[in-house]
Design a protein around this ligand. Structure first.
Ligand code: NAI
Length: 247
C-alpha cells in the first residue's frame, strides 16, 4: 500500500465521530483523503474532523435514517469538501431484546438506522459516482449478520440485509466502475462492546481463534485497503475482521 494512495479523494464516513467510524476516518485521512465526518451530533462530528491528520476535513450533523437530512448533508459535503469518491456506511445502533419481548420500536429503529441509513446514503452518492465513473462504497455489517445472535433478531436482520444490499449494489454499479464491499467485524473494543463484564469478555475470547477482541484500528486498516486503489478488482465481497470467528 503506498503511503498516500487516497490523495485527491473525498471520503464520507457515517458515525465517524467515535469507535470504528472514527478509526476509519483516521485511516482514510492518513491515506491522504479529505474526510467528511457525519454523525447525529454535529459538534462531535466537527471535533472529530478537526482532530484528523491533514487538512480539508469537515464535520456534519445528520441522522442517516432520514432521507431528507441525508440528501441535504450530501449537498453540503459536496459544496464544502468536494464530490464524494468514497462512502463508508458505518453508523449503527443496537436495541437488544429477546424476540418475545422485542418492541416494534426496537425492531424499526435498528432497521431504520443500520439498513435504511446505508440505503439513503448509497442512493444519494450513486448519481455522482456513476457520472464520474469512479467510486467505492463500504458497508460495515457484522458477523452477527452472517451467523445470527440470540437477543439480536433486529440487529442481525439489519446486518444481513446490508450483505444483500452490498452484493446488489456491486452488481448494479460495476459497469460504471463503482465498487461496493462490506466488512463484517467480530468483537471489537468500542462503546458498543464496553457494556460487557469481565466474565463475558473471557467467554468471548474463548470463541475467537486468535484469542482476543479486535480494535477499531484492525477494522480501519481493512477499510482503507478495500476502498483504495489496491482493491480495484474487488467488489461484492464481505470481509470478516473477527480473529477467525467465522470461517
Ligand atoms: P459506536 O456506538 O461507538 O458508534 C456508532 C456511531 O454511529 C456513533 O458515532 C453514532 O453517533 C453513529 N450513529 C448511530 N445511529 C446514527 C444515525 N441514525 N445517524 C447518524 N449517526 C448514527 O459503535 P461502533 O462499535 O463503533 O460500531 C460502528 C459500526 O460497526 C456499527 O455499524 C456497528 O453495528 C458495527 N459493528 C460493531 C462491532 C463491535 O464489536 N463494536 C461488531 C460488528 C459490527
Amino acid at each position: 500500500m503506498s503511503a498516500r494512495e487516497l490523495e485527491g479523494k473525498v471520503a464520507l464516513v457515517t458515525g465517524g465521530s467515535r469507535g470504528i467510524g472514527r478509526a476509519i476516518a483516521e485511516a482514510l485521512a492518513d491515506g491522504g483523503a479529505k474526510v467528511a465526518v457525519v454523525a447525529r451530533d454535529g459538534e462531535r462530528a466537527k471535533a472529530a474532523a478537526a482532530a484528523l491528520p491533514g487538512s480539508g476535513h469537515a464535520g456534519f450533523a445528520c441522522d442517516v435514517s432520514d432521507p431528507k437530512q441525508v440528501n441535504a448533508t450530501l449537498e453540503a459535503v459536496e459544496a464544502s469538501v468536494g464530490p464524494v469518491d468514497i462512502l463508508v456506511n458505518n453508523a449503527g445502533i443496537t436495541r437488544d431484546n429477546l424476540l418475545m419481548r422485542m418492541k416494534d420500536e426496537e425492531f424499526d429503529e435498528v432497521i431504520a438506522a443500520n439498513l435504511k441509513g446505508a440505503f439513503n446514503f448509497t442512493r444519494a452518492v450513486t448519481r455522482g459516482m456513476m457520472k464520474r465513473r469512479d467510486g467505492s462504497i463500504l458497508n460495515i455489517t457484522s458477523v452477527v449478520g452472517l451467523i445470527g445472535n440470540a437477543g439480536q433478531a433486529n440487529y442481525a436482520a439489519s446486518k444481513a440485509g446490508l450483505v444483500g444490499m452490498t452484493k446488489s449494489v456491486a452488481r448494479e454499479l460495476a459497469s460504471r466502475n463503482v465498487r461496493c464491499n462490506a466488512i463484517a467485524p467480530g468483537f471489537i473494543t468500542t462503546d458498543m462492546t464496553g457494556e460487557l463484564n469481565e466474565k463475558q469478555v473471557e467467554e468471548l475470547k474463548g470463541r475467537i481463534p486468535l484469542g482476543d477482541l479486535g480494535t477499531p484500528a484492525d477494522v480501519a486498516s481493512a477499510a482503507r485497503f478495500l476502498v483504495g486503489p489496491d482493491a480495484r478488482y474487488i467488489t461484492g465481497q464481505v470481509l470478516a475482521v473477527d480473529g477467525g470467528m467465522v470461517m
